[in-house]
Design a protein around this ligand. Structure first.
Ligand code: FE
Length: 206
C-alpha cells in the first residue's frame, strides 16, 4: 500500500470532474509545449460554432422524414447513414446511435458524467447541457425536467427513455415529423428541425 489514501469515491469523482477546467489546463499545457497555438484553438471553435452547427443533424432528420429507406438505415447504422450525406464524422472517435421518437415513446439525451455530445451532427453543446442540474435531473426526474425547464408537457402515456452519452457512444434523437408539413420539400423541412428536438428537450409542433 503506498502512502496516502488509495480510496476513490466514484461519486465524488463524477461530481468534481470539471471538463472545462481540464480543457483549459490541457490547452495551456499544449500551448506551453509549443504543440498548439491559441489561433488554432480559436479556428477550431469557430468552425464548430459556425460551420458545423445543428444544420448537419437537421439535414439527416429531414432526409429520414422524406425517405423511409434512409430512415431505416439511419436507425440501423447511424454513422453510415450520416456519412452518406457527406457529413464529416471521425469514425475512430465517434460512434452515434439515432433513437426515434414516436407517439408513445420519447427519447432524451444526456451525458451524466460530463458533456459528451454528437458534435459532428449537432455542433457545440448548449451551456445548459453541461450543467450538473440538467445532468442529474435528466436521470432522476426527466418528466419534471422537461416540464419545468423546457416547457414540454408529455402525456403520462408517453414513455421517456433517457440515453446517457459517453465518449464512445453518443446519441441523437430523430424527432417526429410535425403535423402540417406533408407538402414541404426536404430542404424546407431542414428549417423545421431544431437542435433541442434532436437532444430530446423539444417535440416539434407540440
Ligand atoms: Fe461526457
Amino acid at each position: 500500500m503506498s502512502e496516502g489514501s488509495a480510496t476513490i469515491d466514484v461519486e465524488d469523482h463524477a461530481r468534481e470532474y470539471d471538463p472545462e477546467a481540464r480543457a483549459r489546463a490541457l490547452q495551456s499545457l499544449l500551448i506551453e509545449k509549443g504543440l498548439l497555438s491559441t489561433d488554432a484553438v480559436d479556428r477550431i471553435i469557430a468552425t464548430y460554432e459556425e460551420d458545423v452547427g445543428p444544420l448537419n443533424g437537421a439535414r439527416v432528420v429531414a432526409r429520414a422524414w422524406s425517405d423511409p429507406e434512409y430512415r431505416d438505415r439511419l436507425l440501423d447504422d447511424a454513422l453510415g447513414a450520416i456519412t452518406e450525406l457527406d457529413i464529416d464524422v471521425d469514425e475512430d472517435t465517434m460512434e452515434i446511435e439515432v433513437v426515434e421518437n414516436t407517439p408513445t415513446d420519447h427519447h432524451l439525451v444526456v451525458c451524466t458524467l460530463c458533456s459528451c455530445y454528437p458534435w459532428a451532427v449537432l455542433g457545440l453543446p448548449p451551456t445548459w447541457y453541461k450543467t450538473p442540474a440538467y445532468r442529474s435531473r435528466a436521470v432522476k426526474d426527466p418528466r419534471g425536467l422537461l416540464r419545468g425547464e423546457f416547457d414540454l408537457e408529455l402525456d403520462e402515456e408517453i414513455e421517456i427513455h433517457v440515453h446517457d452519452s459517453t465518449s464512445e457512444l453518443r446519441y441523437m434523437v430523430l424527432p417526429q415529423r410535425p403535423p402540417g408539413t406533408e407538402d414541404l420539400s426536404e430542404a424546407e423541412l431542414v428549417d423545421r428541425v431544431t437542435r433541442n428536438a434532436m437532444i430530446g428537450v423539444d417535440r416539434l409542433g407540440e
